[in-house]
Write a protein that binds this ligand. Sequence first.
Ligand code: NAD
Length: 483
Amino acid sequence: MNIQTTVPENGQRAHDGLAMVIGGKLRQINNSFDVLDPATGQAFASAPEASQQDLDDAVAAAEAAFPAWAAMPWSDRRALVLKFCDAVAAEADDIGALVAQEAGKPLAKGIGETNGGLFFVRGFANLELKSEVLRDTDNQYVRVEKRPIGVVGAITAWNYPALLALWKIGPALLTGNTLILKPAPSTPLTALRLGKIAKNIFPAGVINVLTGGDDLGRWMTAHDRIGKIAFTGSVDTGKAIMANAAPTLKRLTLELGGNDAAIIMPDFDINTQAEELFWAGFANNGQVCACMKRAYVPSELYEALCSRLAAIAANVKMGPWNEPDVELGPLQNRQQLDIVTELVEDAISRGANAFFKGDVPQSPGFYHPVTLFRDVPDEARIVREEQFGPALAFLKYHDLQDAITRANDTLYGLAGSVWGRNIDAATAVAVRLQAGNVFVNQHPSMGPEIPYGGIRQSGLGVECGVQGLSEYTNTVVVNIKKD
Ligand code: NAD
């Protein structure tokens, strides 16, 4: 396993030299940008910065590969996708270390994310989109087919570099599209590693991996020969992509941000459920699209739950990705640290009480302490906006209707959860949450066969499940008059 945090004497760093994949070949270019280790704030590698010409070449290669790939039987494409999974699995420890270092998460989580992503792709491969015969009479035959769109552009965020890439590679390729994958600029390395493996498995041009900044995303979104953009990222970028894709009327899947509410029921069992509730908000340092981002707690449980959560938080160790026993790392990038810091300062300026503030390592890395707030006004930015970091507001409620109204008072609609001992009672509240995913006694929970997506300003369309595969296709009707 390649674990390296400093620049060696020869100046060559462990992951320098990872190249883009275009038309089945590695493309080495001179332009590159630094990749920072969030635990140190220092560059530990570099990645190629694609030009518009690189993108045009990738699109041309993907277009050339499309007819044969789309014509291949599903079972043959599936076999290659599974072969790819096996090849990635063989390097999962190494790739997981790369995920951990570039995303700023503990090593075990980086490896777990890689294997988890493969679990999803293998699950997608067990699904199938079939043609459906709607009418077959003496004089008419009507069949609905799901045909691949063509060249798909996938643009991803930085919180799960392996999972988000695999979530797009699997469905796009299984359904017969060819792909151009662009990871987030702050976590480009994992995608380059995946591309290097994929290049030896899929026909040339079926998968292309390009790295670069936001401009590369804009060029992809405007490109007249890319038929669909599958995007995971922030609401603002989702809106920009939608506008930029309008002139070419691209198909879009937008998996955007959220401000997920959790409602704690009066019968919530603090002894057995508080730990899971804590991690519903703090897994991956709160940098999860669908995780608890504000919690509504009944007044009778407020004191006891706050003190229990503080005790749980006190045992959580924060540190760099390669240190044993670390459960949470730094934030992934400086901008995200600034956002969380701003929201925390805003809450404090409005009189919120930070009843727990954790320790952070002495380091120039992008660390923010685990921070638990009580007595936060509903207007505070940490209640209204997505923090995407390790700070959370626990809000008091007096009756359930009040909690449901406040939970739904948002433009987001990604997910929500309800927690309590009586599952029927919790479910009755959960179904009143206006979100694409409602959870009971968990947050989140996903699976390859379970569609996942946001409503309102949290997104457009779904990923996963047969419905997620369907988003990578055009619906074509074959309608034959027989007599
Ligand atoms: P971001 O929107 O800043 O960037 C995401 C990607 O978009 C990056 O690859 C970036 O280079 C690219 N990009 C930026 N501007 C672009 C433009 N104008 N046109 C095309 N591409 C552009 O998001 P982020 O900060 O990387 O990620 C954090 C956000 O992602 C959070 O809001 C989080 O909730 C969301 N997210 C959502 C899901 C989900 O499934 N719903 C999953 C993970 C993260």
